[in-house]
Design a protein around this ligand. Structure first.
Ligand code: NAP
Length: 276
């Protein structure tokens, strides 16, 4: 029981709230990290209602000082992290152009056209920071404690756009392909410390932000969602619960003890379907 301490970043979100709840059911003491306490509180209430142990720790994963403060609180109150789920991340609507390829009108800042050349570089960089440094910093901070104990498991979050860039999501694609590379690098680096590092690449799962882009006012798929579903052989979005088996396999020393540095797609067949 003392070994079962999980830190879940992005724990107030769609995918990682499910993971945190499942880990608590398995007897993990779970530290819930995110910037918004109210989101974390909802998840911790559910865990506690099922007699689990959860600790809400508001923190910004792209800020080293903030994550170190969180680590101190967690080590004081729960103990040393043995499983780190790096789920904090995602895209931002302001970082998205509304066209998929260059249009001359973007050069004149024409109203209604938002191309690559009309983006804010600050927003672009923020998406990269949260998804890349927001993965690196928790690995750096919690990984050091794991390395002292020669024990630990890290799961990062990649994406379908880690493999080939999807239209309109340049910063996010760049960041998520970086996550795959960092996962491999860190897996090799930490192997002597007996820490395994892997990633999950979810296909398309609705969350609060993407729901607005994927569904119209009456809940029907938008043109972009139809395009995505048309390239997903299973013809539907994933459900958060469908990532749990992958997480549980990756953190299981008996069944996955020789697995490190991989990124596992859970995508309804998206990567297997070129759409032609
Ligand atoms: N949903 C999908 O289809 C999909 C597909 C591929 C990959 N992913 C990846 O899977 C992970 C989870 O996605 P999701 O769908 O569950 O997204 P989500 O519902 O938006 O959850 C992400 C959580 O991350 C937290 N977060 C964002 N920036 C943060 C920061 N700087 N510091 C701390 N927490 C931060 C957010 O909470 P606060 O804003 O309160 O901090 C939010 O609760 C993300 O890395 C995402 O990129 C998702």
């Amino acid at each position: 029981m003392n070994d079962k301490i999980a830190v879940v970043t992005g724990a107030g979100g769609t995918l990682c709230s499910s993971m945190a709840i499942d880990l608590a059911k398995q007897g993990y003491k779970v530290a819930l990290l995110g910037r918004t306490l109210s989101k974390l509180k909802k998840v911790s209430d559910e865990i506690k209602a099922n007699n689990g142990i959860a600790l809400c720790v508001p923190a910004d994963v792209s800020d080293e000082v903030s994550v170190k403060k969180a680590r101190d609180i967690i080590e004081n109150q729960l103990g040393t992290c043995t499983v780190l789920i790096n789920g904090a991340g995602g895209n931002q609507n302001d970082a998205l152009p509304n066209i998929a390829a260059f249009d001359e009108r973007e050069l004149n800042d024409e109203e209604g056209v938002k191309g690559f050349f009309n983006l804010s570089m600050d927003v672009f960089q923020n998406v990269i920071d949260i998804n890349t440094m927001g993965t690196v910093i928790p690995c750096f901070v919690f990984g050091k404690s794991m390395a002292k104990n020669k024990k630990g498991n890290i799961i990062n979050f990649a994406s379908m756009t880690s493999y080939r860039p999807i239209t309109k999501v340049a910063a996010y694609a760049m960041a998520k392909s970086g996550v795959v590379s960092f996962t491999q690098w860190l897996a090799a680096y930490l192997a002597p410390a007996k820490i395994r590092v892997n990633a999950i690449a979810p296909g398309f799962f609705l969350n609060d932000r993407s729901r607005m882009l994927m569904l119209d006012e009456v809940g029907s798929p938008t043109e972009r969602a139809q395009n995505i579903l048309g390239h997903t052989p299973m013809g539907r979005f994933g459900e958060a619960q469908e990532l749990i088996g992958c997480m549980n396999w990756l953190i299981d020393e008996k069944n996955a003890g020789f697995v490190t540095g991989i990124t596992i797609p859970v995508d309804g067949g998206f990567l297997s379907c070129p759409g032609v």
